[in-house]
Design a protein around this ligand. Structure first.
Ligand SMILES: Cc1cc2nc3c(=O)[nH]c(=O)nc-3n(C[C@H](O)[C@H](O)[C@H](O)COP(=O)(O)OP(=O)(O)OC[C@H]3O[C@@H](n4cnc5c(N)ncnc54)[C@H](O)[C@@H]3O)c2cc1C
Length: 443
């Protein structure tokens, strides 16, 4: 969303240290050397990371299969057609930056994208304002302590009137201000090389990934195939589906959300090293939901931060061809947990309308047509929004992503170690790294 304020633009060359020497020299979408490998790779999860890992393996002529628990692929990307005259993104919608493997695919495919230049408005002390009395950019500077955003805000004299502004900064990172580390979050921003601008797809983000990455590998994706165990003691790994079926593989790439690994929903035999399971626990992942509200008129600003029910409202129609007025409520952390707990979509929508009525003199209720809620925390194979950097996390992300015995590989947004976690392009990069590790160590 509003990343541009906090991100540093640096050159793609800086990615060399993560991608690895053998791949830096080649095109970022194809591995230049076909390893002529005859083994079989199983990929767990068909989100951006799993799909892209499959796409790369296919380009290398390596046999693979993707096992996906849900009845659709795409993971935390999805689309919904029933709200408005255009299709909304139920999960990821912004391409953050145009300097990544994925952005290169967008350029190559000549897909139309629009730079989202929406400007911030703040709901501050019961007023909508364009600027704040205190500079919130202090959350993005060198030398911040490894304490939470909330504690750092208090330490810097940001009083209770800033509570929900600070929540909106943390919410952009999928976190609660009480959990997001000021220090590690800044480190993430320093590492970020994708670029500052945010782009919207004319269709959906899902549509782009579907057309360009999923369709070419469709026969290799098995849906409704949740797995619950991986045995890597044996030469051929055994992957156990919940149905009881056991599949054999030479290598496995695990791309499930970090929430699933934190909850030990997949058992490993032998158990994963303690350092690794501890690293999973240190990577944060909190609740998250998106609510779309359609109105008969546009009475709201493009981007409003600081609500106490929802810390970020955005005009969803930017970059779309539509006659409709749709406002997106982007809700993370405690606010998402609170709304989830209200028990029904109608109650969630009512709570958001009440907050907007306060901001806009009852215009929300007067102009409301319909709305729809997507609560990612309630998806049994997702269970939250996206990984964030918690207080004391240290190098957890690096440990979490390390391959085991040259057989088990880990990818997915939370495993991205160059600051691009929380994103689709970050998930894609993590898949690139996992496939690179796999290829470099073939035996
Ligand atoms: C509300 C929301 C808004 C977002 N907005 C943006 C945005 O604008 N821009 C952006 O770049 N990113 C955004 N993101 C983040 C982005 O969606 C994710 O970073 C990315 O899609 C994650 O991809 P992934 O492959 O790592 O994981 P996932 O997409 O979660 O894929 C993992 C897959 O594993 C499957 N799985 C889980 N358990 C099992 C099992 N036992 N067996 C088999 N399969 C299993 C899941 O069903 C899932 O399909 C958003 C996320 C959310 C929730």
């Amino acid at each position: 969303m509003d990343r541009s304020k906090f991100l540093k633009l640096s050159s793609l060359a800086a990615m060399g240290w993560i991608i690895g020497p053998s791949l830096v020299a080649c095109s970022k979408n194809t591995l230049f050397e076909n390893p002529n490998y005859k083994g079989k790779v199983l990929i767990i999860g068909a989100g951006a990371a799993g799909l892209y890992a499959g796409y790369l393996l296919q380009s290398l002529g390596i046999d693979f299969q993707i096992l996906e628990a849900r009845n659709i692929y795409g993971g935390r990307m999805g689309k919904f057609e029933g709200l408005s005259d255009y299709t909304v993104d139920t999960g990821a919608q912004w391409l953050h930056g145009n300097n990544s493997i994925l952005a290169d695919l967008v350029k190559k495919s000549k897909t139309k994208i629009t730079n989202d230049t929406s400007e911030n408005t703040y709901w501050f002390q019961n007023q909508l304002v364009k600027t704040l009395p205190k500079d919130i950019e202090i959350f993005d500077k060198e030398g911040l302590p490894d304490i939470s955003f909330e504690d750092y805000a208090l330490q810097q004299g940001f009083g209770s009137e800033y509570k929900f502004i600070v929540e909106s900064l943390a919410g952009d990172q999928g976190a609660d201000a009480s959990q997001l580390s000021a220090y590690w979050n800044h480190k993430d921003e320093e590492n970020w090389v994708a670029g500052e601008d945010d782009f919207k797809f004319k269709d959906t983000y899902f549509h782009f990934i579907d057309q360009n990455i999923a369709q070419p590998i469709l026969p290799k994706i098995q849906l409704n195939a949740p797995i619950d165990g991986i045995d890597y003691t044996v030469d051929k790994l055994q992957v156990k589906l919940k149905s009881g079926t056991i599949l054999e593989a030479d290598k496995v790439i695990v791309t499930v959300p970090i929430s699933i690994l934190k909850l030990n929903e997949i058992s490993f035999s032998p158990a994963l090293p303690t350092a690794k399971t501890e690293a999973f626990q240190k990577i944060g992942m909190g609740p998250g939901m998106k609510v779309f509200l359609r109105f008969s008129t546009k009475f709201y600003e493009d981007f409003v931060l600081g609500g106490s029910i929802c810390a970020a409202y955005a005009d969803d129609t930017v970059g779309k061809t539509t006659n409709d007025n749709v406002l997106l409520a982007f809700i993370m952390g405690e606010q998402a947990a609170y709304l989830s707990g209200l028990g029904s979509d109608a109650a969630i929508i009512q709570a958001l309308l009440a907050e907007l009525d306060l901001m806009y003199n009852n215009q929300a209720s007067l102009n409301f047509l319909n709305g729809v809620v997507f609560d990612w925390t309630k998806e049994p194979y997702i269970k939250g929004a996206y990984g964030f950097s918690s207080v004391n996390m240290g190098d957890a992300r690096k440990i979490a992503t390390q391959p085991i015995d040259n057989k088990l590989f880990f990818a997915g947004e939370a495993m991205n170690i160059n600051g691009h976690h929380q994103t689709v392009h970050g998930a894609v990069e993590s898949a690139y790294k996992a496939v690179n590790d796999l290829i470099l160590n073939l035996k």
